[in-house]
Write a protein that binds this ligand. Structure first.
Ligand code: ACO
Length: 204
């Protein structure tokens, strides 16, 4: 039986549960630091996130947390204990056959990932985002719903590309960046920089 433990039982975790069911997982449970409250509400939460080691051999793991830094924290804990983090892809996503995806990455419904892309570990490619040819995403990147990355865009680790934004071809977005909702990125974004607007400008 395919068994999945989802870390984090909020909205993002529930979306992952849906995808896991569509991928044939029969037993899906959660760990969440608010476990007592969530259990009272009827959710199948077995304990706090600190209980990960208890389940490391019995379950595969997915991290249902949109925040990049917190997702990375749990990725590192599970990885260090040799836990298994599958790549989860919604059956209605379109992923080219030569895309490279790494452990713990989740691709939501109606996302499109085009030929030659390389997507790192524990990334989120959220609902209806499109990532065109030969983009490179480093670890723990979150591409929010409805984002469009044109061809040959690269995104550094732990960067968050906000809902509905778009990035023209060949742009480099550094590490630890935030691209605000609806932004249109037409120039390089340096590490540790937040940008918003059309054309995207540095948020001071
Ligand atoms: C399934 C899911 O739910 S996935 C989640 C999807 N969610 C997102 O993508 C959210 C992306 N987040 C944003 O766009 C946020 O507004 C951020 C991160 C860019 C900025 O957030 P904060 O740091 O809290 O900024 P704050 O709200 O204080 O705004 C600061 C200034 O920037 C402006 N600003 C903030 N966001 C934007 C934006 N997206 N576009 C243009 N201007 C913006 C504000 O109007 C404000 O301007 P002012 O100082 O002239 O009043």
């Amino acid at each position: 039986m395919k068994k999945l433990m989802i870390i984090g039982a909020s909205g993002h975790g529930k979306v992952i549960e849906d995808i896991a069911r569509l991928n044939g997982y029969q037993k899906i449970t959660y760990l969440d630091d608010r476990w007592e409250e969530l259990k009272m509400l009827g959710m199948n939460v077995l304990g706090k996130c600190s209980a990960i080691p208890l389940y490391i051999n019995e379950y595969q793991f997915a991290i249902g947390i949109g925040n990049n830094l917190i997702r990375k924290k749990y990725y590192d804990i599970i990885h260090e204990k040799n836990g298994d983090m599958p790549i989860l892809i919604h059956p209605n996503a379109v992923v080219s056959s030569n895309v490279k995806l790494e452990a713990g990455t989740c691709v939501m419904a109606n996302a499109v990932i085009s030929t030659g892309c390389e997507i790192g570990k524990a990334c989120v490619i959220n609902t209806a985002a499109t990532i065109d040819h030969e983009c490179k995403l480093d670890n723990c990147v979150h591409i929010s719903p409805g984002v469009h990355l044109a061809g040959n865009v690269s995104v550094g680790e732990l960067s968050w590309i906000g809902i509905g934004s778009c990035v023209i071809q060949g742009i480099v977005i550094g590490k630890y960046c935030i691209v605000g909702a609806g932004a249109v990125v037409i120039r390089k974004v340096s590490d540790n920089t937040n940008v918003v607007g059309n054309p995207a400008q540095i948020l001071k």
